[in-house]
Write a protein that binds this ligand. Structure first.
Ligand code: GLV
Ligand code: MN
Ligand code: MN
Length: 417
């Protein structure tokens, strides 16, 4: 679709080139995996801070490892419009989920800086260090620290190697006793805006490059552990077994069947499972797995989670398995602020695109930032709706459209009276 105002400088080309450069920072050469408090986290943060400084911002790492860039307004020390997203990834990830929002925001500030333009408010670009929650059993750690809602009890959460967040922070060079220093005050922020790929198929089906987000669906994550009895795969009769993996399999099918009704946008996923001791000829004695359940209707999600827990308890009882089940993450549905959403819509319209509104099924840092700021989001179309997958892709023209809308939003931004 043609934009009304032809871009003077292409923002998209620079953004796409940087997306590929950031994607090269990964735990493994052949796939993208970049998780919290690792050497890759450090290298990505350094690269982003360099780009921030080139764009005329001051840049620093905060007390949890987020990257924070600031571009002063027409006088120093003004409250800011914060634009952010995350630069950590899932395992075997795509390259756009998260980084597009950070890199596009830097490109917009760079454009203002090239034109010597200052605004009657400051701009801050934040790259959150942990949104995906892949390494530890908790998510949104970066944005929760900024929102001042980081739960200190999370410091004891362990990664798969048994390292706690506390230990990983020290190894990274951060002080776990000092996380509070990352917190920002509500009075410092005029609003929080995030540009992100849609991660679903709706915009592509409508042939739209961008969409205005109405709300971010609430989510609950659980960690489940089933303990049975390990034993010899050749000698223990089937009727006498307490096979933890067979029990987990029954739980997984029950979750899938329960969520299959598609009521109130309910979705449920078991994304990680580990069976111990993990040998061909040994009956699995212990299994741990995760559950992720989401619905934009919070009351319904809570009832659904309670129902699934009841079903798992019943399966464990019948199979004589010991059960431990814990909620590791819970977020209510976050509505985008009407006044800010309106300004996103105006920017979309001013760039010559139809205004289309849609909710987000995926989680975003706005779910944490809502505690200190009004939140809005702009979605950019991604191919086939594919995300959390190496095939994730955004067309360069859609990158350009998204960046143009974000720049327009920034330049026309008016604080809520
Ligand atoms: C993050 O991508 C999430 O929705 O879990
Ligand atoms: Mn993601
Ligand atoms: Mn994301």
């Amino acid at each position: 679709m043609e934009a009304k105002v032809a871009p003077i400088v292409s923002l998209g080309a620079e953004i796409v080139e940087r997306i590929h450069r950031l994607a090269a920072i990964s735990e493994t050469a052949d796939v993208i995996t970049r998780v919290f408090l690792t050497a890759e986290h450090r290298a990505a943060a350094e690269l982003l801070m360099g780009w921030m400084r080139d764009a005329g911002m001051t840049a620093q790492l905060d007390a949890i490892g987020n990257v924070c860039g600031r571009y002063e307004g027409d006088r120093p020390g003004l409250p800011c419009l914060m634009i952010g997203s995350h630069f950590d990834t899932v395992r075997d990830a795509g390259r756009w989920d998260g980084p597009l929002g950070v890199i596009a925001a830097i490109a917009c500030v760079g454009d203002l800086n090239r034109r010597g333009k200052r605004l009657p408010f400051a701009l801050e670009v934040t790259g959150f260090a942990d949104e995906e929650g892949v390494r530890f059993a908790s998510t949104l750690l970066g944005s929760r620290a900024v929102a001042g809602t980081f739960n200190e009890s999370a410091l004891g959460s362990k990664d798969r190697a048994g390292l706690t967040i506390r230990e990983a922070m020290v190894a990274f060079g951060l002080d776990p006793e000092h996380i509070g220093a990352a917190a920002r005050a509500r009075s410092e922020l005029l609003g929080y805006v995030e540009l992100h790929i849609e991660q679903g198929p709706v915009l592509e089906a409508k042939q739209l490059p961008v969409g205005v987000v109405t709300a971010i669906a609430g989510a609950t994550r659980l960690a489940v552990e089933l303990r049975g009895m390990a034993g010899h795969a050749g000698t223990v009769p089937m009727a006498l077994r307490r096979d933890a993996l067979a029990g987990a399999a029954e739980c997984i099918v029950a979750i899938e069947e329960f969520c299959a009704s598609d009521r109130d946008g309910l979705v449920g996923t078991v994304g990680y499972i580990n069976a111990m001791p993990g040998a061909t000829n040994v009956i699995p004695g212990m299994v741990s797995f995760t559950i992720d359940m989401r619905s934009p209707r919070d009351s319904f999600r809570k009832l659904a989670v309670a129902d699934v827990v009841r079903q798992i308890e019943e399966i464990a009882r019948r199979r004589h398995l010991a059960l431990e089940i814990n909620v590791t993450h819970e977020n209510r549905t976050v509505p985008c602020a009407a006044w800010l959403q309106q300004q996103v819509a105006e920017a979309v319209k001013d760039e010559g695109y139809p205004v289309f509104e849609l909710p987000s099924g995926a989680g975003h840092d706005g779910m944490a930032m809502i505690d200190i700021a009004d939140v809005a989001m702009l979605f950019v179309c991604c191919r086939g709706g594919i995300s959390h997958h190496p095939a994730e892709h955004v067309e360069p023209a859609d990158v350009e459209a998204g960046a143009r809308v974000l720049l327009r939003l920034i330049e026309n931004f008016r604080a809520n009276a």
